[in-house]
Design a protein around this ligand. Structure first.
Ligand SMILES: C[S@@+](CC[C@H](N)C(=O)[O-])C[C@H]1O[C@@H](n2cnc3c(N)ncnc32)[C@H](O)[C@@H]1O
Length: 210
């Protein structure tokens, strides 16, 4: 691995602590600040390879875990992993079969970037919208979503789409994100659910402003 990476303190820490990627600290940071995952939650991780978020999730919940990625993921005890594209109906069906009840969806997925800014931003937004729509079919009312995005064109429209589905939505930067990056995370809590669903609505929680 090149010198840029070996100089990175967060990367060095992740190697020392046995995480598969430095992004482990992003999820740890987000969960410490926003209490996304409770001890019994069942969690789906979209774009999970190489698996550091799954490693973190194992420490946060005793519930069921399922990760999906285009790339293979080295096995993790007690975790179901599915190789495939989570935007396709076939893979979505496999996830539903593995996870009949889902409290939290986390999504750290990002497409391969071409370097062409406008094209890349459009692909990121499209992937975010697919992840949001899929999460909305999985989550129980009151559930939570954490989704990586990048600030740019169409970002505000994306946030509005999330706000239409969750009672509490914030856009945050993780302390583990590299300086200068436009990467951010949309932290959405308390899924409104399907308006036609006659299950009792969750209580609307007032969230403190950061
Ligand atoms: C930054 S990595 C995720 C790192 C992971 N959170 C971890 O901590 O190990 C982004 C991943 O998203 C995956 N990805 C992108 N688009 C996807 C899609 N449509 N379906 C499944 N995985 C996808 C990529 O293959 C890549 O492995």
């Amino acid at each position: 691995m090149g010198s840029q990476w070996t100089r990175d303190a967060v990367y060095r820490k992740s190697v020392k602590e046995g995480f598969r990627a430095r992004s482990a600290y992003k999820l740890l940071d987000i969960n410490t600040r926003f209490n996304i995952i409770r001890r019994t939650d069942n969690v789906v991780d979209l774009g999970c390879a190489p698996g550091s978020w799954l490693q973190v999730l194992k420490t946060l919940t005793d519930g069921k875990l399922c990760g999906v990625d285009l790339n293979p993921v080295a096995p993790l005890e007690g975790v179901v992993t599915i190789m495939g594209d989570f935007t396709t109906p076939e893979v979505q069906e496999q996830v539903r079969a593995a996870m009949p009840s889902v409290n939290v969806v986390v999504c750290d997925a990002s497409p391969h970037l071409s370097g062409a800014k406008a094209y890349d931003q459009a692909r990121i937004t499209a992937l975010n919208e697919d992840a949001l729509n899929f999460a909305a079919t999985l989550l129980k009312q009151g559930g939570n979503l954490v989704m990586k995005s990048f600030q740019g064109t169409d970002f505000n429209e994306l946030v509005d789409l999330v706000k239409a589905r969750f009672y509490s939505v914030r856009v945050i930067r993780s302390s583990a994100t590299r300086r200068g990056s436009t990467e951010c995370y949309i932290v959405a809590k308390n899924f409104i659910g399907d308006a036609r669903d006659d299950r009792i609505k969750p209580e609307r929680k007032e969230e403190e402003e950061e």
